[in-house]
Design a protein around this ligand. Structure first.
Ligand SMILES: [Zn+2]
Length: 303
């Protein structure tokens, strides 16, 4: 078995799989409130949205969640959607734990506190679990209840992420973030909080998706020393985590620490994005070392 490279066979056990994928289903699999699944036949469903015109149903994934069974359909159409180009107002975003995020425009969003209440509920339910007899229906019901709370926490978080991402896209044509590895952060002392806020999920999955949908350019920049630099004059201002305000001895700029690093991220991203735009530019305009104001000028000329 080692030589074949498949590893050791596993026994199946109850509750091992969360979903099953049907890689090919008929294009007319959905009729009314029924879906025809291979080998299973017709299954009644709640169709939340009809399949849009011009799309073909490719695959179906049946998912088991605590609140019930779901089927996710993958649909495809023959259109090519262009990647969003850098344009418009640029917004640099610094994520953290004191504030969930801070933008270069000075907006700071607090970490949502509604998890705490649900976490407390989760804890009390989990404490009750140890008194239940193995294999009893009371234990089974309690596990089901715990599953519902976990699902609710995940839903609340995802709702918060999507609303916030759309809010950011309302005010920007470019969104720039730090290229951080959140798996390392999640191992540190504040692991619980890092995971609870779902920073990695937001920055690496939700935000790029919403940006793509809203035609907002999404870019990642080098994260090294973003909090140690002055956004207004570029001087290096050393500060440790306890210093929450940015005071620049060179130019006298004073602003909240996270807003300052948001602005550094914006400046870095802008110089990278201008280079990207220049590559696409047939005339080959010299833009090396361009400043944000020059970019704005260039856009003004183009429009
Ligand atoms: Zn300065």
């Amino acid at each position: 078995m080692k030589q074949r490279g498949y590893g050791f066979p596993r026994f199946k056990k109850f509750g091992q799989f969360k979903s099953v994928l049907f890689p090919q289903i008929d294009n007319d699999a959905i009729q009314g409130n029924e879906i025809k699944l291979p080998k299973l036949g017709k299954v009644a469903i709640n169709l939340h949205r009809s399949i849009p015109d011009g799309f073909k149903v490719k695959t179906a994934r049946v998912i088991r969640k605590a609140s019930g069974w779901y089927v996710a359909l993958l649909i495809q159409a023959d259109v090519s959607v262009p990647e969003p180009m850098p344009h418009g107002h640029a917004s640099g975003i610094d994520v953290g734990l004191e504030y969930f995020l801070s933008t270069s425009d000075g907006e700071q969003v607090k970490r949502p506190r509604f998890f705490n209440q649900l976490q407390r509920k989760l804890k009390s339910l989990q404490r009750r679990l140890k008194n239940k007899q193995k294999g009893s229906s009371n234990r089974r019901n309690l596990i089901q209840k715990i599953g519902r709370v976990h699902e609710r926490i995940a839903n609340c978080r995802s709702d918060f992420h999507f609303k916030l991402a759309h809010h950011l896209c309302d005010h920007a044509g470019m969104i720039l973030v730090e290229d951080l590895d959140f798996r390392i952060m999640a191992k540190g002392m504040l692991a619980q909080h890092t995971l609870d806020a779902g920073l990695g999920q937001f920055v690496n999955h939700v935000l790029p998706w919403v940006c793509w949908k809203r035609d907002v350019y999404y870019g990642k920049v080098d994260p090294n020393g973003t909090s140690q630099e002055c956004p207004d004059c570029g001087a290096v201002v050393k500060k440790d985590l306890s210093v929450r305000m940015h005071h620049c001895p060179e130019c006298g700029s004073v602003k909240p620490r996270d807003v300052a690093s948001g602005q550094v991220i914006r400046n870095r991203g802008l110089s990278a994005a201008v280079g990207y735009a220049a590559k696409e530019n047939v005339c080959g305009v010299e833009v090396a070392g361009a400043l944000p104001s020059q970019l704005a000028m260039k856009q003004k000329l183009e429009s």
